[in-house]
Write a protein that binds this ligand. Structure first.
Ligand SMILES: Cc1cc2nc3c(=O)[nH]c(=O)nc-3n(C[C@H](O)[C@H](O)[C@H](O)COP(=O)(O)O)c2cc1C
Length: 272
């Protein structure tokens, strides 16, 4: 039989089983979960904490950012400004407004979320960020700060290994990790919630991609990594949480060169 004509069912039975068994039909439109109450973002209270500055950036417009987005695997040998990191976190998955949901506070966020369950968390592997000690951090969105999980540089060869031999990940000044806390969403949607979690991670990653482009940073999305080892580095409860996606970030070589040329250009233009 021609292999190309074989069905998904035959070629990838696990994917097929998952997709079919989480599909909705006329008679199963209700969520199977028992609990549809969103949980507020979790914050750790027993770790060193760094408050992030309020982002001050003037960034490029949306169309320019979409046109400027592309994967970048070589970064300038300089630190990423803390203010840019603050903007990346706040406008990808931070809190951008507050209203109420009955008696509960409702945090407005920059991405849509199935049932407003917001099952994701952001983590940083920080190697070169201005005014921030190298280490591993978890983003606390309500207070807009960083919870330090590990202090000290993670050696590039360890990071390269965790990202399955991708050296540009090992040497990136910063990697943002999108992690899933599965039960926050699946307690309402059951297995179908897995789809929503992965879709939501895509929204967050696109925000990170476009924000990077708008802020003059380069980035590369990373789907290749050793899941359990990386989750352990991020202090995840690996029975209920997992890293889904990495976004390596750094200053673009081009932007650095343009910045180093700009005083000369200013002098030339101011002579007239
Ligand atoms: C889900 C997903 C996973 C990816 N994983 C990796 C990765 O592990 N390593 C890598 O170098 N690029 C990775 N990429 C980036 C793609 O290689 C890249 O987007 C593609 O080559 C198109 O190039 P462009 O982003 O410059 O348009 C990934 C992209 C997506 C959407």
């Amino acid at each position: 039989m021609n292999k190309l004509k074989r069905s998904l069912h035959e070629r990838f039975p696990l994917t097929w089983l998952f997709h079919r068994n989480t599909s909705r039909w006329t008679f199963n439109t209700l969520s199977p979960g028992v609990d549809d109450t969103p949980e507020p973002p979790r914050e750790l209270l027993d770790t060193p904490y760094y408050a992030l500055p309020t982002p001050q950036h003037s960034a490029a417009g949306l169309i320019e950012a979409i046109q400027g987005r592309h994967s970048c695997r070589q970064f300038a040998d300089v630190s990423v400004p803390l203010d840019s990191v603050s903007a990346l976190l706040k406008y990808s998955y931070g809190i951008i407004g507050e209203s109420s949901f009955g008696a509960l506070p409702f945090y407005e966020r920059p991405v849509p979320s199935g049932g407003s369950m917001y099952p994701l968390d952001l983590y940083l592997i920080a190697s070169r960020i201005e005014r921030l000690d190298p280490g591993v951090y978890r983003y606390a969105p309500v207070s807009h700060g960083l919870e330090q999980l590990r202090n000290g540089t993670i050696p590039p060869r360890i990071l390269t290994y965790l990202f399955m031999g991708q050296t540009y990940a090992g040497y990136a000044p910063l990697i943002v990790l999108i992690g899933a806390d599965f039960l926050r969403s699946m307690k309402k949607y059951g297995d179908r919630g897995y789809r929503y979690i992965v879709l939501e991670a895509g929204h967050v990653a696109q925000n990170l991609n476009l924000l990077s482009a708008a802020l003059g940073l380069g980035n590369c999305d990373l789907g290749g990594f050793f899941d359990v080892e990386l989750g352990t580095l991020l202090h995840m409860n690996i029975d209920a949480e997992a890293p889904l996606y990495g976004i390596a970030v750094g200053v673009l070589e081009r932007v650095l060169h343009e910045a180093s040329r700009s005083p000369v250009v200013d002098n030339l233009t101011s002579r007239s």
